[in-house]
Design a binder for this molecule. Structure first.
Ligand SMILES: [Zn+2]
Length: 256
């Protein structure tokens, strides 16, 4: 059985529409715009089989309706009226099978970036939108630091080999912040060189893995001495719990 090919269709400045391809069918994740997706499907002679949405932001769902005019397919997404085109509103623990590409996915509710944000997980693949980024996390538009802490802990519990497909190419700037947040983590300098070389060649730095994120992403390391120390230094007081550390470094990153 041939494996699923996962291709990043580029959209806007730094969005990726992750496209899962098998046997002439394609499933797209977070199509913020339709034009590059339709171009890719035509070039590769692929039939759209389904759309997955992680959250309601326009740069993740803006292409839904044009794609549905092209072909009627199921749209799996959060239970949130702000995405009118979702046909399958899914919840924590739901499982469904994308028959055309032979992939079963389960749903994780991870509110924080938005209040109804979800992720899709299956076959060691994670599509996590704007919650977990390579070496970073999303901004807290509709959630609290505690919710982001819980969401990242839920994702950290997935197997280390899980491949992390996030919504944006933010890796290099995230690593540069991580080096300030945890200066004594030797993995960050190595990753920065790797990611910088990839960007110089205009390559995608993704997917990451859960194992790598747990060892290098400061937002997943709010209980580690180096991150606690730098967050406490910025706060001007000793931060005693990981949610306070996450609160501090999220604010630091916003102003970095
Ligand atoms: Zn977003």
């Amino acid at each position: 059985m041939p494996a699923i090919e996962i291709f990043p269709i580029r959209a806007f400045n730094d969005n990726y529409v992750w496209t899962l391809i098998k046997d002439g069918y394609a499933v797209v994740v977070d199509p913020g715009e339709a034009a590059p997706v339709l171009k890719f499907l035509a070039e590769r002679k692929l039939t759209l089989a389904a759309i997955l949405n992680t959250h309601h932001h326009a740069d993740h769902v803006g292409g839904n309706e044009d794609l549905l005019r092209h072909r009627t397919v199921p749209v799996y997404g959060p239970d949130d009226d702000r995405i009118a085109s979702v046909t399958q509103r899914v919840h924590e623990g739901d499982r469904f099978t994308l028959e055309e590409i032979g992939l079963e996915l389960s749903v994780l509710e991870i509110p924080a970036h938005t209040r109804s944000h979800i992720a899709f997980f299956g076959d060691d693949l994670l599509f996590c939108g704007d919650t977990l980024f390579a070496c970073g996390c999303g901004r807290l538009f509709e959630g609290t630091p505690r919710q982001m802490y819980d969401a990242l802990a839920k994702l950290a519990a997935l197997p280390d080999r899980t491949q992390v497909y996030c919504g944006h190419e933010y890796t290099l700037s995230n690593i540069r912040f991580a080096r300030a947040a945890e200066p004594d983590n030797p993995l960050l300098a190595v990753w920065e060189l790797e990611a910088a070389a990839q960007r110089d060649r205009d390559e995608v730095t993704l997917p990451s893995t859960i194992g790598r994120e747990k060892s290098a992403n400061p937002f997943m390391r709010c209980d580690q001495a180096g991150v606690i120390a730098s967050a406490s230094k910025r706060a001007g007081r000793a931060l005693g719990d990981p949610v306070s550390v996450l609160t501090e470094i999220r604010d630091w990153k916003n102003n970095f």
